[in-house]
Design a protein around this ligand. Sequence first.
Ligand code: ACM
Length: 261
Amino acid sequence: VRAGFLQFRPARLDAAANLAFVARALRGAGPGLVVLPELALSGYLFPSREALARCAEEVPGPSTERLAAICRAEGLHLVCGIAERRGADIFNSAVALGPGGPLAVYRKSHLFADEKELFSPGDTGFAAVDVEGARVGILICFDWIFPEAARTLALGGAQVIAHCANLVLPWAQAASVTRCIENRVFWVLANRTGEEEEGGRRCRFTGMSRVVGPAGELLAESGEETPCLATAEIDPGAALDKRVTPANHLFDDRRTDLYRL
Ligand code: ACM
């Protein structure tokens, strides 16, 4: 399976421009799985909750239909961050899509900083979905800092973690290597680039998206600033072998009897 990321700088509050960019950037990219950043269609900072509400969309909706059309045209599957409206709630979500439309939605569990004032906390939990012959689990940005999130996905059978991100702290790229080693999974980190400023808040996003293998090996990587589509050929079956030595199995050796507080 080819799996990778599209790193770019989303235009703020302009889904049409972002979808046009994604369609252009993915021309000829299939087949395979491509992960896009968190909030890839709207940008990250919003002048108000009303502004966020105006660009939030239901799933399925017009933007996921456009993404599915890209999947059909290119023979791709995508995981894309999106501001999702659901009744009175707005979630910071990511949707897994194929040629037929959405396959699964994940809603960010661990909201970061001011996101707590804009979004409802995710209610989907952690579940893997079958994409291109791989069990794919989704995380969104700050979810990475809670090792329980990736562990729960791995224990549930995820072979690939699709990590949609708008990273502003400097640690997640290095931590993705640790998460792979401790769970023996593949990790596709799709981060964004650029800066945003709104009402005295300023965010600088750190790029350096990557594909990491189950032993922590770097399979593809981008720079800090530039848009980048990069993929690696991966064997999802390699993530099923949880042995670290012939005598050590990452899941069977867990001392759950000692993990209670
Ligand atoms: C983040 O969770 N977007 C930093």
